[in-house]
Design a protein around this ligand. Sequence first.
Ligand code: PLP
Length: 365
Amino acid sequence: MNIPFLDLKSPYQELKTEMDAAYKRVMESGWYILGSEVEAFEQEFADYCNVRHCIGVGNGIEALHLILRAYGIGKNDEVIVPTNTYIATWLAVTYAGATPIPVEPDQKTYNLDPVKIEAAITNRTKAIMPVHLYGQPADMDLILDIAEKYGLKVIEDAAQAHGALYKGKRAGSLGDAAGFSFYPGKNLGAIGDGGAVTTNDDIIAKSIRSLRNYGSHKKYINDVLGFNSRLDELQAAFLRVKLKYLDTWNVRRRESAKRYTVELKSSRLILPYIPEYSNPVWHLYVVCTEERDMLQRHLSDNGIGTLIHYPIPPHLQNAYSELGYERGDCPIAEELAKQVLSLPMGPHISKEQTEAIIDAIHRFF
Ligand SMILES: *Cc1c(COP(=O)(O)O)cnc(C)c1O
């Protein structure tokens, strides 16, 4: 059996009729940027996340970047980011001209540890950027309490958490504003790049609408130095189709995750920990073991694709060498980088496939 880490063909096969109709509708409309499809998607995704505003943008990192810009966060400012995340979280801060300040994760959830945040706050700190990593909501109430105490903004990186619930509330509605990515492999994925900001903040929403479109509210009138970061009509039309299936597809991910969790309990793997406040959407199913590299090779020999999220934490990437971090500075993230392994996960992985993966893991240990 050959089981890829991620299957991006089956989603199209399942929705082919509707996706083809969406394509045709936009192609024949003759209107491809900032039109009725984007407007409709923004309304539908805002309703889904239970927020007042959604603004479609070019991709996930731009969503985060434009939020920071809209709040006036930039040069000489600091933003608290997790050590254990995809580098995009940090890069968004860097794009804005601010400095990412790393905080280590909780050892059980792998998400930003609220207990460690206060020690990282200085008089330059302007925001905290928790990531709902792997589709598991961060410990938001504690983070929001700290933010309130110090007057900081909370910007959710919700790029892996479309539909995830924290105490019954949607990711994307928990902080001051949130950035989503619609990169094809995400739980809500486009057929190319795409992203969105969600927020209940009217002023920020207005500002981001301008920033994404050259700093302009009215054609050829430019109030601020803006960017070109727009969700296009074709992607919005595809996303409108896929949004209708997001909950059903997240349920399928939960079923696969449950199978992994129940049947791998007896193995020596450390399995994902789910706090009682969290109803995750399993963007990734991440296990931990000191024998990670050998297990990955064994699974690969059995035709099973896996990935590592992430093999090098941002603070040790060459790109951030000028920040001056060294090996050992963020030991929890560094240890995770050596031990984490993401098993195949997605809305189209079958029961037979997950069972074959589970069998292969049992044969290893
Ligand atoms: C995917 C991702 C992003 C960036 O999204 P793009 O659309 O690729 O720019 C940001 N943060 C996290 C945690 C992600 O997984």
